[in-house]
Design a binder for this molecule. Structure first.
Ligand code: C5P
Length: 244
């Protein structure tokens, strides 16, 4: 399949159209950013690791009945996906308090939430991805009420599947971000990636607050051993996929 000029380049990936208008090729880069690109760096082989983790998790979710954009992994850093128009919302699901939830509400890190929290952020770098209230979400007209309800239901269902999957990898799913897109028939598909870049993942067997971190917080907080943490997640995910 031949690819054309890139369609979009994000912080961690490049999207190319292909000669089939219903298919895009996603290329995973090693570059890493945090705090809305104020902090920039490279995580060696992150592209390969995240491409492999995202491929495995999207395949797993698809088998559980979640409609995703994933078609197939075609190289170490590339996957073919269904062409979708991304809904400009970042859907964050939280099971345990961490990150901006703690910063903005004062909840202590590590507090288990009584029920998963689903939040919508506007996907807009220039505006620094603000958290939206339900009224602002309705005002912006980004999605219909029906679509918002669908996104909430999908997010909660995906969360349940991922909690269960990561638990079997001895990993606690603290929180994560999802993006969704619309295909040619206006169906909502889970898009983008699921990886240590987009999830907070804590090693279930590790009590130490720094050592347990297996995700991008190692890069954000300069905790070191970023590459090996990502690699560990990959190994555990692939081992578990083999057992299924
Ligand atoms: O920063 P915050 O605590 O709001 O992040 C919640 C979750 O969403 C984290 O797992 C983080 O990695 C993810 N996230 C993301 N991309 C963003 C913002 C948050 O993957 N732009």
């Amino acid at each position: 399949m031949t690819t054309k000029e890139k369609l979009y380049e994000g912080k961690a990936k490049i999207i190319y159209p292909t000669d089939d208008e219903r298919v895009y090729l996603t290329y995973y880069k090693d570059s890493a950013t945090a705090f809305n690109a104020q902090k920039k760096g490279t995580i060696t082989d992150k592209g390969k690791v995240n491409c492999a983790i995202a491929s495995a998790l999207l395949t797993y979710l698809e088998k559980k009945g979640i409609p995703t954009h994933f078609i197939e992994k075609v190289s170490e850093r590339e996957m073919l996906v269904k062409a979708v128009k991304i809904i400009p919302l970042e859907v964050v699901i939280r099971n345990i308090a961490a990150g901006s939830l703690c910063r903005e509400t004062g909840l202590p890190e590590g507090q288990i939430l009584p029920q998963p929290l689903v939040e919508f952020y506007l996907k807009d770098d220039a505006l620094q991805d603000p958290l939206l209230t339900p009224d602002r979400l309705a005002l912006l007209n980004i999605a219909t009420n029906e679509q918002i309800k669908q996104l909430q239901t999908l997010a909660k269902t995906i969360n349940q599947h991922l909690i269960e999957f990561f638990k079997s990898c001895q990993i606690t799913l603290v929180d994560f971000k999802l993006e969704f897109g619309l295909d040619h028939q206006n169906n909502i598909l889970l898009a983008d990636e699921i990886s240590p870049d987009t999830c907070r993942l804590w090693d279930t067997q590790e009590q130490d607050k720094e050592k347990r971190v297996m995700d991008k917080d190692r890069f954000r907080k300069d905790l070191g051993e970023v590459e090996s943490a990502y690699q560990k997640v990959l190994t555990r995910v692939l081992n578990q996929i083999e057992k299924l």
